[in-house]
Design a protein around this ligand. Sequence first.
Ligand SMILES: Cc1ncc(COP(=O)(O)O)c(C=O)c1O
Length: 1017
Amino acid sequence: MNDMLKTTPDFSIEQAKLLLAEHYCLDGTLSPLDSERDQNFKVLAGDGGTYILKIVNAAEPLVESEFQTALLTHIGAHAPQLPVPHIRKAASGASLAEATSAHGVHHLLRLVGWVPGVPLAQTSRSDTALESLGHLLGRFDASLKGFMHPGALRDLDWNLCNAGRSAERLHHIADVDDRALLERFLARFETKVVPMLPKLRSAVIHNDANDWNVLVDNADHDRIAGVIDFGDALYAPVIAEIAIAAAYAGLDHADPIGAAAVVARGFHAEYPLLEEEVDLLFDLIAMRLVTSVTISASRRAHTDGNPYLAISEKPAWVLLRKLDAMNAHFATAILRHACGFEAAPGARTIARWIAENRKTLHPLLDRPAATYPADLVPYGDPTHPMTVKSAGERPHEAQAIWEDHCREHGADLGIGPWGEARTVYSGEMFVSKMIDNTRRNRHLGLDLFMAAGTRVYTPMAATVVSVEIEKEPLGYGCLIALRHEPAGCPAFVTLWGHLAHEALDRLKPGDRLEAGALVGKMGAPNENGGWAPHLHLQISTDTSLSATEILGVGEERYLDVWAELFPDARMFAGIAPEFYEQKGRSHQEIVKRRKELLLPNLSISYDKPIKFARGEGVWLIDDRGRAYLDCFNNVCHIGHSHPAVVEAMAKQAATLNTNTRYLHDNIVAYAERLTATMPGELTVTGFVNSGSEANNLALRLMRAHTGRENAIVLDWAYHGTTQELIDISPYKFQRKGGQGQKVHVYVAPVPDSYHAPADWPVEEHGKRFAESVAKLIAAMQAKGGAPAFFIAESIPSIAGQVFLPDGYLEQVYRMVREAGGVCIADEVQVGFGRVGSHWWAFETQGVVPDIVTMGKPIGDGHPLAAVVTTREIADSFNNGMEYFNTFGGNPVSCAVGLAVLDVIEGEDLRHNALEVGNYLMAGFRAMQERYEAIGDVRGMGLFLGIELVTDRKTKAPATEFARAVSNGARQRGVLMGTEGPHDNVLKMRPPMIFSRRDADHLLAILEETFEAVTAKG
Ligand SMILES: Cc1ncc(COP(=O)(O)O)c(C=O)c1O
């Protein structure tokens, strides 16, 4: 202490003035400034400049003074624009001068420029100011890259590398709890930080950017005006610079980690930090404070309590207690995020992986969650009675309100979204530990509300981490944590809260759960923490957090950090994005505008129309995010929005689209591939844009070849929308608005075995039905005419999914050809491998048509259609008139057609159609044994029908029953149609990618629906 007194300079103002004149040839007015060890004077010089004259403590080793001088000189040379004190050299030309005190002690002198401004400590320390401080420190440290000096290597307790020495000063801390707190930080420092120290980037840093050493602009407190006092500068880890600035920025700050985050963000922008540096920041901030309070305590023990020493002691303790109370992981997540890093390592990869692999995940509920009609649980509305009852711990009343709501709105699933602001979290446990006077109110899980007992399954394989019971009111009740380690994705944890206690006996840590395995059941209020029954599902990308550490509700300010640490589980749970955001016009408005703007005879399916927003594989997703299993729409043959089709289309559209008058590879390649699926005689292709156009072209080919008109068609057939096709479509011309049968049109009965006269032996059905065609030909001939053509769907679909009896087409084709006509197979609905066993349904009858028309499934939704015929017929058509079709055969359409064939072949979808089709048929037949209404079950591959009757003997149509089943299935999220003259045949044509799981879904819904419709009677 005595040494210190002797070496501390104590020059009078007058003496200092003399020194100024002697060494710097300056006069001026001097005023003393505070200093711990040295003596500083503010100089208003006669030359108009303002300076600080520093008289250095004689105890300071020369090398240190030289170091500081060298440092300022370096900055002066490399970053002269940085707002730091710049050295004014002495008259001798030296950067340091020398003076001797009255005690005969030699002191060094330094004159530096005055940096104007207000200490940051005296301002409100806005985020803008703190970020600007980070920027300045970043620029400052960047300018010191490569600078070194022996004086930078001195041993200082303030070097954060030496923060462990605080342990030796702990005995100066009297309070046991305070000491224990410091010990906790010291223990973390030893285990977490010390092993990393040698690996950190080190450089010369300021090392004391406390808020008295940082100046802000006098007029604009958000702008940092300068950094002063280089007395603690030394060679240390770069990250310590931010830790120190952040420690002081956090003093008396409502959100100390937020303050640290903005400092770090500013620094990072100028001097990019490394993740491993940011990961230590929280502990380094704490250790700066630990160093500070222990040094203060130690000095207090050695001096009479210099107030300067204790200047930041109290706020430092307050901050230490806050840091001690908060979860270091969360603080680090905030700091990492502020620097643009993932809040937890791997967080973004995990979110991406889940998004990319969501289609492979198993349903979390009995069925895919998106298939349940869902509604928002009103916890976002603080005044809603359900919210009020829930917050008031009256779960049964809350549940009753929710059940009423579901009944009224037809909802089966309640969704409590991630990120929602909620007032239900009213207890003490929801007070923020990060930000003063703030509550945690943003929900970080995804709530799924269903009845108590509802089973929940893991969407992907998992290992049980923990199973526990949280007893606190409005806690989690039974809480399960699972760890998932999918290949190609960092491990993550899912948290399942509010479950029934049964899981405690069933699962234990370490248990392996396969994808789709039962996790638990939604608990009743007495088991689930006192809530209306629901599952709180949450993902944590930080696998080191225990189940109870995972933050279920977070501070609004850090929502973007929580979004990475605890990402929304909606995709994991299978909730569609459309649930959260509805786009476009309302149903009512669209219906109204359709009426005003479109042809009025466009029909709309269902009394309550559906507005689909998206298609994906076997699913159609409506504008509220409900997914419907599409078992009806055979256009999207290989699934909705098939990526291969989309890609082929986009790629070709982005390259070239033109017409057939120019050469292009696609049309030829596609014709080659398409005809390769056909019998050898069918070699010539014509490309068009719709099934109707295909049939129209077929009729032109036929006419050119035969020169005749007479048509033989099957009853209840439909072949297209032009007048010429309406005329050969009994389904149209015989019904409302139709003009009846034209003279050239002959209608043969539908060869429907199920409705064949009882006395016809089954093996003769083909022959017997064919006889009716013979009669028509005879009738034509009797009038002196002859058939031009016979056209039929190879499986009459509109007539009610009717499968032709064996030998039928063979006999009819022979008769028609013998009479000089041609045979046209309409494969618009049934082609492209749908029957599984063959590419084309006509093949199942062992015939080769003269002309085949195809459409619907050919382009998986893209408007494309084709006609394939023989060389002979094609040549007849080539009569000198050009055939030109603007869009037919364009490169984009052909690219799409090729992609569809690639997928059917590449994924062996015909085989799939056969297998899944047979599985469904077996399921339907089993149902037929339980439900009298099922008169007949028919199918080939994925072309399926169930005929419903009121009486199996009379086979009277059960039209109402069929309608009820179709509507009931729609209500339950499955789309199918009714068909046939009496609309009593359930028609199903699911996409070729239909899986066994999809088939089970369809069977389950059908079963449920049949049961409900049968029960209604
Ligand atoms: C058997 C059959 N042929 C032809 C067509 C006409 O096809 P498009 O509507 O593409 O013109 C249809 C349409 O439903 C059809 O079912």
